[in-house]
Design a binder for this molecule. Sequence first.
Ligand SMILES: *[C@@H]1O[C@H](CO)[C@@H](O)[C@H](O)[C@H]1NC(C)=O
Length: 434
Amino acid sequence: MQRSLLVCVCAAVVCAARAGRHDAYSSTAVFGVQLRNSSDLELLHNLELKLNLDMWQYGMPRVRDAMVIVPPRVRGEFLSALDEAGVGHYVHVQDVAQALEEYDEDLASWRSSRTPRKIFDDYHRYADIDAYLEEVAAKYPDLVTIVNAGKSFEGRDIKYLKISTTKFEDHSKPIYFMEAMIHAREWVTTPVALYSVHRLVEDLRSEDRDLLEDVDWIILPLVNPDGYEYSHTHDRLWRKTRSTDPTVDTTCIGVDGNRNFDVRHGVGTPTDPCQNTYAGARPFSEPETGYVRDILAEHRGRVQIFMDIHSHGNYVLFAYGDGSLPPDALQIFLVGSAMGAAMDAMKLPEAGFYRVGNSATVLYGSSGSAQDYGQVAGAAASYTLELPGYGHLFEVPPQYQPHINEETWQGIAVTARLSRALYRDRYNAANAQP
Ligand SMILES: *[C@@H]1O[C@H](CO)[C@@H](O)[C@H](O)[C@H]1NC(C)=O
């Protein structure tokens, strides 16, 4: 009797300690919002800014519901604004803290079932990812060069790999520049970049030999290591960098890296540094986005594809965030569509189909994005890739990661080949020796 009581008490203590991890999200719900038309979209956008709400999924009227994270402090105001306008809504996730707990448990049991934990099948910490990049570079010195771009705001080295059979010296070869994890909570993105390294270097298959021989690769798997570490240690849903700027604000931390680039910077973004899409006091206020800019500048004229990898929603998006199109939009669309089709061909039944198009038309208007900057900085085709969420949004169960890696690799391979064919003349002309 006494003994079983003791067990009960212990179990309760363990539960309480574990529940504490995501306490900030207790009583926070995710609401689905049924958008009917552009007025509803605008209403929701205004609420997002006014109440400082975080979007789990942007909606499209009559196509897909918006998903909004609503903390208890603004729940009443949020729901009455929707009710007043007659906009339908429902609870999608009752308690975010509990959903995050379940995700942690899922991850723990996944890990215990997989030894050794492959670097690209799990959400490894910064130090492990860094060690992997160093290890690949040391093991394949003829093929792989590791570059330290510089330090993050908190002082972590941000490294990328250059993969080339000709040490980047053959200027007739186009460059494929892929980067991931500008947004810290999008955990499934870095494994995709690491899996690409694996497939090009450690597990090159005969059918992919052309990808290695004809193209030079730059792979930057972790643009925002400070935010990523913070999403592991403090707040699973952290999106921004971890910078502070006392001249602007002393209470709120971080900038949305994907609004911090120098294309229409700050247009339509909140001026409040506490907001999740705060663009920063000036373009490239964040050292992390500055490194992406520098890589693009260093290789101007040779970058054939710039692929900025995000999650979630199954999108292949291209410039510009204001709805205008680059001159090559049709070719960019063609390559993006081929990518979407290649990934759809392998999709799991529970996944959505990829949607391909201009980011403002297909999704929502934006400014200061990496995608737009990649395009103006000379990439032949610049994309935002939004990986699948399978209805779990940012908390994609880890069981899906191997499939996401494989499917996305097929999409990447298609874009590398097709753009090579489309842009060969352009590159030959640009790189012809006088
Ligand atoms: C959207 O739908 C609501 C409700 O039917 C309507 O009042 C509103 O005028 C519509 N807006 C547009 C732009 O069609």
